[in-house]
Design a protein around this ligand. Structure first.
Ligand code: SF4
Length: 270
């Protein structure tokens, strides 16, 4: 750039700064950059992210917890028969032929949930995979076997907990659930939680955690604290399928479930 043009640019810059100083004093105001990213808080999970320190989580104060969200309180549409189900068996019978979203027509089997109907711990995943779709039970494939091992490592038997997914039917190619599918299906899960009345919840993977907790936070951030799902202390860790792809995440998962076990023992005196 010729020297004369450079001088002109500098003169303009000086004038601008003097004008700013007259208006705002010596504080500089900068325009905030707006992002098009719909999930600005969902930073990518860093493999080497530090694991949260092992500590007993602060108990969730009952007074501060909102009332449990009831499926019957779903804002839109007339009341549906399943909303009055008084136990899990009844609920399953009322929704097992559901065709509310397009996944209903594609399923082999409806995958309701499995386990102890009075479980103190509820484990929540994303959606059925191929094995689950074939057998009608959540977490039965390789990821399911790994989940059993994870639970056993902290002294939970599979049949002692209750296991369910956000979606009851398998998305093709195991893709992420679409928002309209979640909108149609998640109320069934809310009703399951209402009927089981768990004392603790463990979310497996980012999709399950973000959906249930209504947040865009990253998995790293979600794992780092204990969440309050309508009064129920809720922990987040990796999905077992992710651990099959990346065994480096097994150790942080182990630390997450240990924290959960510690809080569970403290709360239930086991
Ligand atoms: S995924 Fe849920 S909402 Fe969709 S058809 Fe299956 S049960 Fe119904």
């Amino acid at each position: 750039m010729p020297e004369s043009e450079l001088e002109a640019v500098l003169t303009q810059a000086r004038r601008f700064l003097e004008q700013q100083k007259r208006m705002y004093g010596s504080t500089m105001y900068l325009q905030q950059t707006l992002s098009d990213d719909p999930h600005p808080a969902a930073a990518p999970v860093r493999t080497a992210a530090p694991a949260p320190s092992v500590k007993t989580p602060t108990p969730v104060p009952a007074a501060a917890a909102p009332a449990p969200r009831r499926a019957a309180e779903r804002p839109s549409g007339p009341k549906e028969p399943w909303q009055d189900a008084s136990d899990l068996k009844q609920l399953n019978a009322k929704i097992c032929n559901c065709l509310k979203c397009s996944l209903g027509k594609m399923r082999t089997k409806f995958v309701f949930g499995v386990g102890n109907p009075n479980a103190d711990l509820m484990v929540i995943g994303e959606a059925p995979g191929a094995d689950e779709d074939a057998q009608g039970e959540p977490f039965v494939g390789r990821a399911g076997q790994l989940l059993n091992k994870i639970l056993e490592a902290v002294r939970f038997k599979r049949e002692e907990v209750y296991i369910a997914n956000i979606l009851k039917c398998r998305p093709p190619e195991n893709r992420k659930p679409h928002p309209d599918e979640v909108e149609q299906c998640e109320p069934y899960l809310w009703k399951q939680i209402e009927l089981v009345k768990p004392k603790f919840i463990l979310c497996l993977g980012l999709t399950a955690a973000q959906t249930l907790l209504k947040t865009d936070e990253s998995l790293t951030s979600l794992r780092a604290s204990v969440h309050n799902y309508h009064g129920v202390p809720t922990y987040v860790t990796y999905h077992p399928a992710a651990l099959l792809r990346n065994p480096n995440w097994k150790r942080p998962t182990w630390e997450d479930v240990q924290r959960l076990r510690k809080a569970y023992d403290a709360a239930l005196n086991t």
